[in-house]
Structure formats: structure tokens, C-alpha cells
Design a binder for this molecule. Structure first.
Ligand code: HSE
Length: 319
């Protein structure tokens, strides 16, 4: 298969952006090079020289040689502006911004159709676990009945550390932040919002259902107290933040994010630390279980790399 040469304009050079830079350096087979990197803060010391950076987004958006925009910034509103502008200019886009995607799903779908350009976002959902690609391709005909999983790495890390190692909640959250797992506003993780955005993306690719974030109920881990932890320990259970979607007997869809007690007979019981795990139940295959690192620089960059690679052979989601 012949592959396109890709010239990348990268937005954001934080944990994942730098991770992508490192990962691409170690992937010589892929004909993809970073042409320009747009960052916000002029005064920040960076791992590579200043000549690689621009502070003006138009230097990338107006560069006709750049055919792929990789958006890895934190601010969902600013990310949306960049992604819209890039798609309108006919540039393929890779994004890891689940909040931005979940909040603008319908508009992003329309833009992809109108301008006939792909937007890929494997890294936005469960980081390194290739769940979107599997939902898109494998389950094309074997229909899904339910999808359930641990889709937020930070909260799983916090729950694992507080439960198994008796670490305080604050200390576990601090470790999740220091390891580069948490969102810059960690309430998005601990309140179950990040998991909800990911569930919304999963819903679109598993059931073809586009939800509004306000329509999906989410409870986070903030209110889990000593009593719940004591109960779980006594009963040999663990507490997991689970995102779930299933078809009801009436044929409607039910979807929510909620902390649950899980027993050792549940596959999710084995998913600890920063790992994510997703169980699919299908009409013919029975169940599948996906597991992988759910956050962190290189695992997330791996998913971005996979999207970049897919763009080199013109892959796009069919939805
Ligand atoms: N904050 C997210 C998490 C990062 O902990 O899962 C990966 O999406």
C-alpha cells in the first residue's frame, strides 16, 4: 500500500505533545515529520530549541505544505477553534481532546462531511487502548449489546492506591498529577466528567448514537468515603469508576458513569493502577475484553502515532 508523506503542524507541547515528539523520533519508517509546533507560553523552558516553535496559530493553519494538524492542547474551546479552522482548510486532524469532541460531536461530524477531511481521535478515549478502531471496524456487523469499562486512568490509579496501599486521597491524586495522568483541572477526572466524555465517544462508535454530555449522568469518586472502602475490603470487593452503555429490553439506550463495587468474578476487578479496561458484549462473539494503559505521555502518544499512521493511508471513521 502506498503511503502519503505527512507534514504535521502540532498544537501543544505538554506531556503528550513532547511524548509524540519522542515517539516520532523513534519511528523512522513513518514518513511523517513535525513542520511546526504552536505553543502559548513564550517564557517556558522546553526540551527542544526555540527555533521549532511558533506562537501564532496561523503559521500552521495558513501553511499549505502542512497536511495534518495534531491538536494536543488543554483548553477545549481553543482546541475547537483550531480544529474547525484546520478542517475548513482541508487539513486532516488528529486530536486527543475528549471534552472538545464530546461537546461538539455533531458539528465535527458535519465539518468532516462538508470538507471531506478526516478527524481521528483514538487518543481521546482510553489512551493507548485501540478501542475506537475496533468499534469502527470489527463490530461492523456483529452488533453490540453493551459496552462497559474503566475509561479514566487517574481515578483508577487513585482508587487502586487508596484501596491497596492505604494512601490518602490527596496523596494519590498528587501522584496521578505528577505522573502526567490527570487533567489540568482534576475535577474533570475525579467528578467522572472525563469518563463521561469518553463514554459519549464510545456511544457514537458502538451504537451510532450521538449524545449530549448533559444527557449522560455521571457520579465521580469524590464522595467515596472510609465506610465504602471498609465495606469493600471486608467483602473482598474493589471500587471502580465504571462507564456503561447498554440496550434496554425496550430498545432504548441507557448510559451513565458511576462508581461500583466489583467482585473477583468481574473482569474489571483485574484492571488496576493507570490501566483502562473495556468489556464489549456482542450478538455473536459473546464478550471481548480490551485492556491497556489509560493515560501517560507515551501510551497516549502511541494512539496519536497510530492515527497519524492511519492518515498516511487515508483512513477515516465511517461512524
Ligand atoms: N486524565 C485522563 C485520564 C487522561 O486520567 O484518564 C487520559 O485521557
Amino acid at each position: 500500500m502506498s503511503r502519503k508523506n505527512l507534514n504535521i503542524g502540532l498544537f501543544g507541547f505538554g506531556c503528550v505533545g513532547y511524548g509524540l515528539y519522542e515517539v516520532l523520533e523513534k519511528t523512522p519508517g513513518l514518513k511523517a515529520n513535525i513542520r511546526n509546533i504552536c505553543v502559548k507560553d513564550k517564557n517556558k523552558t522546553r526540551e527542544i530549541g526555540a527555533e521549532n516553535f511558533t506562537y501564532d496559530k496561523n503559521d500552521i493553519l495558513n501553511d499549505e505544505d502542512i497536511n495534518v494538524v495534531v491538536e494536543l492542547i488543554d483548553d477545549a474551546d481553543a482546541a475547537f477553534e483550531i480544529v474547525v479552522a484546520a478542517l475548513k482548510k482541508g487539513k486532516a486532524v488528529v486530536s486527543a481532546n475528549k471534552k472538545m469532541i464530546a461537546e461538539h460531536f455533531t458539528e465535527l461530524l458535519e465539518l468532516q462531511r462538508e470538507y471531506n477531511v478526516p478527524l481521528l481521535y483514538e487518543a481521546a478515549c482510553c489512551a493507548s487502548m485501540p478501542i475506537i478502531r475496533n468499534l469502527e471496524e470489527y463490530y461492523d456487523n456483529d452488533l453490540l449489546e453493551s459496552i462497559e469499562g474503566i475509561v479514566n486512568g487517574s481515578t483508577n490509579y487513585i482508587l487502586t492506591k487508596t484501596f491497596a496501599e492505604n494512601l490518602s486521597y490527596d496523596a494519590a491524586l498528587k501522584q496521578a498529577q505528577d505522573n502526567g495522568y490527570a487533567e489540568s483541572n482534576p475535577i474533570l477526572d475525579t467528578g467522572g466528567f472525563d469518563a463521561k466524555y469518553k463514554l459519549l465517544i464510545l456511544l457514537a462508535h458502538s451504537f451510532g448514537y450521538i449524545a449530549n454530555p448533559n444527557d449522560i449522568y455521571n457520579i465521580g469518586i469524590d464522595n467515596i468515603g472510609k465506610l465504602e472502602l471498609k465495606y469493600a475490603r471486608e467483602k473482598g470487593l474493589k471500587i471502580k469508576l465504571v462507564a456503561q452503555a447498554f440496550k434496554t429490553p425496550q430498545g432504548t439506550l441507557s448510559a451513565f458513569v458511576i462508581p461500583k463495587f466489583v467482585g473477583s468474578d468481574d473482569r474489571l476487578f483485574t484492571v488496576d493502577d493507570v490501566f483502562n479496561g473495556v468489556l464489549t458484549k456482542t450478538s455473536f462473539a459473546d464478550t471481548h475484553f480490551f485492556v491497556g494503559r489509560g493515560a501517560g505521555a507515551h501510551p497516549t502518544a502511541s494512539a496519536v502515532l497510530s492515527d497519524i499512521s492511519a492518515l498516511s493511508y487515508d483512513y477515516r471513521y465511517e461512524y
